[in-house]
Ligand binder design. Sequence first.
Ligand code: PLP
Length: 416
Amino acid sequence: MNTLHRIDGRLYLEGVALDMLAERYGTPLYVYSRQALESAYQAYIDAFSATPHLICYAVKANSSLAILNLFARLGAGFDIVSGGELARVLAAGGDANKTVFSGVGKTADEMRAALDAGILCFNVESVSELHRLNRIAGEVGKVAPVSFRVNPDVDPKTHPYISTGLKENKFGVPIADAPALYRLAASLPNLKISGIDCHIGSQLTDLSPLADAADRVLALVDALAAEDIALHHIDLGGGVGIRYHDETPPDLAAYGRTLAARFAGRREKLLLEPGRSLVGNAGLLLTRVEYLKPGEDKNFAIVDAAMNDLMRPALYEAYHEIVAVDERPTPSKRYDIVGPICETGDFLGFARDLAIEEGDLLALLSAGAYGMSMASNYNSRPRAAEILIDRNEIHLIRERETQASLMAGERLASWP
Ligand SMILES: *Cc1c(COP(=O)(O)O)cnc(C)c1O
């Protein structure tokens, strides 16, 4: 489905011209398509229809309330990694009972909040966390549902910063230790064994590591069943990649068939925790060219978006397609697209051929995931506004920050 398209050289998202949006709301501006979000979710529902399942949207990919609300309305559950994300899910009308809590550093307060809300499951990542959860659950008079996040030690063949399922990563418990840990959990009074979980990495472009991880987890589930440790669900995490440039992302329908074959005849429900693949290609970042700066070796286009708005290029050398919003008939030149921040790492794209003038608009595509949710205020830059498009309707879902909102919590020291 093509929600991004041109009419007479002007770029539109659904029925809305992006140059008009930039005039009205300013730049940098995040813009999302409702249709693209819904069809990404529907692709999961279709692909996994043969297996009883729950799609738990990974909130960290894009935690804006309107986006969470949209997924909640579609029936999604959520995967959270902090008390802040839990608060957002609840504020957006999400169901705690469909929400799993991942993360290596859950605090006692976060555990209390999640127990109080009635969380579906804690994905426990260490023995110390298990003991803490048992103690907190006892203190508040609840029984905590638990999974272990196991580390199946498969190489996801992705960027090292977003690979999480190798022995050397901080995440999860070694799969070989899991039987003993489940026995321990079964012996603790305030815990109830609920499932198992793994998440091996992000932006995976190959199905085989996902299938390998599933096989290792299912073998463990069978070994646990032989010890009378029964699970209600098997959570295979997120990680399905998207097309940013020339990648061929995994075929979701093929992934669905792979898992359907493995889950046929099983009693456990399948949980998945997709983030990027639900929101990544549903959003773009609009930015305006402030200056063109010709150089001896290269030309720079200095734009009003920066690494604080979209950190992925600086953090992972990630590639985002960059296109001119309004086409010009003039020949293109090659530019490095950089932001105004005082860091050499503040780039958004290298060696892009564009026909642009100062004042023109650019769209950074595939910016719906790990864009706004990673944005910061570095260089005292207010974070961008966000727009959700629904056909011809424009919904301002987040106002642009102001200098006043940035300084709101600060005080001068109280010395005379
Ligand atoms: C980040 C994360 C996800 C989502 O990963 P994507 O690659 O965005 O699908 C799922 N589960 C856990 C535990 C995560 O940390």
